[in-house]
Design a protein around this ligand. Sequence first.
Ligand SMILES: [Zn+2]
Length: 286
Amino acid sequence: MKKKFTIAFVVVVLSFVVIMAHDKVFSLSKNNEKNDNYLTLKEKLKILGNINEKIDYFNTDYIDRYIKYKSTHPNKSNSNIVLEVNIGLDQEFYTNIKKSSNVDTTFVLVNKFNYLDEDYIPSKLETIDANYSLGEKKLVNVARISFEFLAKKAKEDGYNIRAVSTYRSYDYQTTLYNNYAKEDGVNNADQYSARPGFSEHQTGLAVDIDNVDNDYMHFENTTEFTWMQENAYKYGFILRYPKDKEYITGYTYEPWHYRYVGVDIASFIYKNKITYEEYYAKYIMK
Ligand SMILES: [Zn+2]
């Protein structure tokens, strides 16, 4: 009888201890949650100096990232804090990735934060006039037409512009990237080649060019490059990976790679000397 009583007593005490411990842990985690979300939106906006009122591309969803980025980059202007976080530059390339929106339009943004599906093939892919391409090369309808206008005008002015790489399928990009990574290592390959799904060439809106006589890698030193610098935007094309913008685009300078965005956007980007990432984050992204 006494033994039974002792066992019952021990069970009651143990249960009590377990319940207390659980409550303690539970209340601790609850407190932590409360601390993380302690500041109200109004207080967070105040920390940022209410810059939301002055910057129309301010996105409340990113407010914690703005605060964190500002604390690690105190010398950046508020507009750059907001712009760079909107682009995703507070995170490493190829992290925090999301599926591209505006797919199958000339607005689509594909970069190291925004990818296309493995099975995505643009509609309206058309073959470029053989006079202006190396072998059979395809671009999306509007880009194909504009590229031919551009190349034709260049020819009239005495210059040769030829498409050497245009639309590339997901599978082709996989082979290309894997070969570079095997030869050169992943870190080096990432500087000049896109991982599959992250290549702008899969949109059918990007074109690598040469001047027929020199390899595209030497395009910068040709008179055709000078012509492109002065005229590409008039046909809706932008130099997609400019010099000194590597930290935004994630790619080293590529004088041969152009992207069709339409005449209005190309003219704006050309005149303001910005990248498509900056334009997109300011004017297209919601
Ligand atoms: Zn390219």
